[in-house]
Design a protein around this ligand. Sequence first.
Ligand SMILES: [Zn+2]
Length: 565
Amino acid sequence: MAYDLLVKNGRIIDGSGMPSFHGDVGVSRGKIVGMGRLSGPAKRVIDAEGMAVAPGFIDNHCHYDAQVTWDPLCTFSCYHGATTVIIGNCSLALAPVRPSDHEQLAGMLSEVEAIPMDILRAAVPWDWETFPQYMDSVERRIGINVGTLVGHSALRLYAMGEASQERAATEGELEIMRGLLRDALDAGALGLSVSRNMSHFDVRGKLIPAAFAPEAEMFALAQLLGEVGTGVIQSGGGAGPELKQGLMSRLSEASGRQVIYNSITHSLYAPNRWKEHLAFIEEKSRQGTRAVPLCSPNSATILFNMKNSQFFRQMPAWLNIMQVSDEEKLRMYADPEVRKKLREDLELPDNGFGKRWDILMVEEVALPKNEGLKGKTVEEIAALRRQDPLDAFLNLAVEEGLNTTFGFCHRNTDRTAVSELLNSPYIVVGLSDGGAHVQYHSEVGYSTRLLGYWVREKGIMSLEQAVRRLSFDSASAYGIYDRGMLRPGLAADMVIFDPDTVQPRKQEVVHDFPNNGWRMRVLADGIHYTLTNGEVLLDHGKPTGATSGQVLRNGRYIASHNGHA
Ligand SMILES: [Zn+2]
């Protein structure tokens, strides 16, 4: 057989979770056509000796709705092996939209997801009004595959105008929304996104439209998916309402559709909550519903220095020092009497710190002689300097004129908890928020974090299981049935990576956005190739210029178009 592409001698991890094997993958016309030991002419051969060959990852929770219009790769998800991004989450989308509402709709995305408005004003082409038109506009030039969800806030603004941020919809307005949603599903949208996050505001400080929807309205929209027989329901801020009122499982029950919500995590601030949450979902799942939270393999770090010791504000003696001048702070931190009080405060219950010197880390130092302390925990430094941790901490801060940057990691720090969460069949791994809060922090490295840190360094699961979590499981949850595994007949979305070196790099600032905009980026080590629909998109971190991405269509659309999207 003649191939367009032959990937030779790789460690094939097919995404099913089954053991990997040594072999080749043949690709023709954008699809996988053979696996095993293959021979025959090929237009291109990639030697994957020593590397893993896996189905491309599904970056399932993104906000690239605007960025995709100027960045066909949706950087930087694909640098971490993603071949599909799913946008339109948390009720936010850029369609449908009336020409007079561009500013208002973009303003919500800008405010909630922290994407500077001047960039959106300069770059979004607005060559659509309806959702299907938006999908077509996106598909004109994309490298990565893009799955779209219809945002409830956009539907509401379109159907209700200003009243969308004031009240419940009337029967007539609801019918308009259901009509718009049906049109989008007919065009292949992957589903609907709603929100129960009551801290998402627009530019004027008003809650976003979806927050004004009573339950009955959410159910009326969710049930449409059931009637049409396709699509998933994604909800921002779903964990609270699920645990209190079972809202997410009731939505799933009423519509018969998969519900995916934000989120579950291990947090030092509520160390046992994840366990209760997991037990809750397991019980609901036994009853036959499918409502699952997303869980990110990333940790979250608070950065601070002792000039602004916000971090310790829940302890009175520490809070006191926050309010004085820097010179006075220096004097007080060094004073043994003050230290005595600070030490007593450490014993207070729920003080926001919990004496976790073992995870309080030095991120940046001010003095060259302290370079070696970077990346060490205060506990480690205390042992090194033969000092008590509190003394070691304050001595360093004072010695450096309060200019040391410390980091406190409060999320996903417990290996046992993270292992149980990421291995649970009742959660979906993901939640990169790609394209959002671009000037604050980037979470797109969740996949390389899972492969590098949790699998290689901590051994919480096999490589095969990790690949399955990132590809097949996510594809299944979001109703993407023609990819997510390496199988003859499926789309040739692939990532070729080195299991021994794969990891996210350090976050850095890059000036590459429209209107001279800047943002944070995280690149990856060990990702050698990312391929979408059989074409190499990234070759060792360099874009090839391929525009082989597709707008992914729901299962019903594909079935009714004879398998051809
Ligand atoms: Zn979101």
